[in-house]
Design a protein around this ligand. Structure first.
Ligand SMILES: [Zn+2]
Length: 160
């Protein structure tokens, strides 16, 4: 994997906002069921349709916070909208993303998903340990500083 992708993922994991995102058990199951190739096709499709065009009427709101592992990965990797992409990846808004730029963003997203899915630190968070049947999934972005303090990944994942 190119060093620049590892670098950007490492920097993202140190961002308070970005570093909070992680794949829930349900997302990981979905990735395993579909396989990484299929997930990559989904990522390519989301990037091409929601992110790549020069003009996006709902930019900043086009990527849901949950509902697909790629959506979660997009927020974690700042590939969620053109403003975030501009800030973190340096591709200016207002122009269509090239095939090469789209591939790079897809690579970043897929690497993040791979790390989330493979890492031994993909241990359940304290909340996820509660038996599934009784637990209502929480959104990745709901604020809870107490819980946030206990979070140990993904920073450590990325340093392996
Ligand atoms: Zn964004």
């Amino acid at each position: 994997m190119p060093a620049d992708i590892e670098n950007i993922l490492e920097r993202l994991s140190r961002s308070k906002f970005r570093g909070r995102f992680c794949l829930k058990a349900k997302d990981k199951d979905y990735v395993r069921q579909k396989g990484l190739k299929t997930i990559r096709r989904h990522a390519e499709d989301f990037i091409a349709k929601r992110i790549a065009p020069a003009r996006i009427s709902n930019d900043g709101r086009q990527t849901p916070m949950k509902g697909h592992p790629v959506f979660v990965a997009q927020h974690a990797t700042a590939c969620c909208c053109r403003q975030c992409i501009s800030k973190w990846h340096g591709f200016m808004p207002g122009t269509e993303l090239t095939a090469e730029q789209q591939k790079y963003l897809t690579d970043v997203i897929m690497r993040w998903i791979e790390i989330q899915n493979q890492s031994p630190y993909a241990a359940p968070s304290p909340v996820d340990i509660i038996p599934k049947r009784r637990e209502k999934p929480r959104t990745a972005v709901s604020g809870d500083s107490r819980r946030q303090k206990n979070r140990q990944y993904p920073t450590e994942n990325l340093l392996i």
